[in-house]
Design a protein around this ligand. Structure first.
Ligand SMILES: NC(=O)c1ccc[n+]([C@@H]2O[C@H](COP(=O)([O-])OP(=O)(O)OC[C@H]3O[C@@H](n4cnc5c(N)ncnc54)[C@H](O)[C@@H]3O)[C@@H](O)[C@H]2O)c1
Ligand SMILES: O=C(O)C[C@H](O)C(=O)O
Length: 340
């Protein structure tokens, strides 16, 4: 039975996420790391009568390394959240260095683990992980995931509300693709199941799209300086982690959108490149999960002219975010000695 690790476990997301993981019977070991307050979180969770045995670690010494030893799945909500008026990209200055250091520890301690990145800006932090893993010779695109599940969860909820039955949210499916910030979040509302009413106005479609793209801002505004989504993110992060764990356990046919390097499937994301009309390195698309991680990236399928325009609007920002993340590592790498 697998070991799950949470890095940033004492934070706003980390605590409820660790609770949901502790409550799950899919894991037997739950290892928590944070730079503060881990012992209290561990003491609290360890009284819950579920199989997972909880251990906690702090820096300095080998806290992070010990937390990561033998990890099968590492979930990462470490880093600072937004305040009103900030974009996710504004978090790069602080979070890029945090995730780089966590990535180095994973690369050297648990290079085979599935890595689920929540820390923002996800569009850039995932490329940071990939480049650090590449530098250490352990990059496997099939095992690195940007967690975009919250966008899907929001889409389910908001579409069910528009359909007049909020209670049906768990039965609604809406693919949400692209990235995880503003216009890079692209809901494919034409593929909603159950479908939106045929007479849904263009205005309503735009309103719904905007709400899914900027749902995070609603929470940041309501929290008024006290952070961003934590509880809904913990729910979404756990939901995705459970899918990964079930696939790891051999369950077949599990599909979930996730932000991945498109080399993760056998044809290198060729289907998506064709659909988008240009190559893009990372993209959130529905992926089929298996015991080795990504088994297959599914095509986006039929999109409307409106959705095509949304995809076109998403790509420049997404590509800029990807380059920023990758170059944070590659530009800092020492130059290779010239071949004499
Ligand atoms: N992917 C998504 O959909 C999504 C959704 C919500 C929030 N987020 C992001 O998740 C991150 C965390 O949000 P939060 O609300 O939990 O913030 P928070 O400030 O409440 O918690 C962050 C935790 O990270 C810890 N931390 C900082 N540096 C660390 C390090 N080097 N190693 C380990 N832990 C470290 C902090 O001590 C803190 O406990 C933010 O970047 C936020 O933007 C992403
Ligand atoms: O909005 C944020 O900054 C946090 C998160 O990315 C979200 O979508 O809620």
């Amino acid at each position: 039975m697998p070991k799950a690790v949470v890095l940033g476990a004492a934070g706003g997301i980390g605590q409820p996420l660790s609770l949901l993981l502790k409550a799950s019977h899919l894991i037997t070991e739950l290892s928590l790391f944070d730079i503060v307050n881990t012992p209290g979180v561990v003491a609290d969770l360890s009284h819950i009568a579920t199989p997972a045995q909880v251990t906690g670690y702090l820096p300095p010494n080998d806290g992070l390394v010990n937390a990561l030893k033998g990890a099968d799945v590492v979930v990462i909500p470490a880093g600072v959240p937004r305040k009103p008026g900030m974009t996710r990209d504004d978090l790069f200055r602080i979070n890029a260095g945090i995730v780089r250091d966590l990535a180095k520890a994973i690369a050297t301690t648990s290079p085979k683990a599935f890595v689920l990145v929540i820390s923002n800006p996800v569009n850039s932090t995932v490329p940071i992980f990939a480049e650090v893993f590449r530098e250490h010779g352990v990059f496997d695109a099939r095992r690195l995931f940007g967690v975009t599940t919250l966008d899907v969860v929001r889409a389910q909820t908001f579409v069910a509300e528009v359909q007049g039955d909020g209670r049906n949210a768990p039965n609604v499916t809406v693919p949400v693709v692209g990235g995880h910030s503003g216009v890079t979040i692209v809901p494919l509302l034409s593929q909603s199941q159950p479908p939106l009413a045929a007479n849904t106005s263009e205005e309503k479609l735009k309103e719904l799209t905007h709400r899914i793209q900027f749902g995070g801002d609603e929470v940041v505004k309501a929290k008024d300086g006290a952070g961003s989504a934590t509880l809904s993110m913990a729910y979404a992060g756990a939901e995705f982690a459970f899918k990964v764990l079930r696939a790891l356990g051999g369950e077949k046919g599990i599909i979930s959108p996730s932000y991945v390097h498109l080399s993760a499937d056998a044809n290198g994301g060729g289907v998506i490149h064709k659909e988008l009309g240009r190559p893009v390195e990372y993209f959130s698309a529905p992926v089929e999960l298996g015991p080795n991680g990504v088994e297959r990236i599914l095509p986006l399928g039929k999109v409307t002219a409106y959705e095509k325009a949304l995809l076109e609007a998403a790509l420049p920002e997404l590509e800029g975010n990807i380059t920023k993340g990758s170059e944070f590592i590659t530009a800092a790498a020492p130059a290779k000695p010239a071949n004499l």
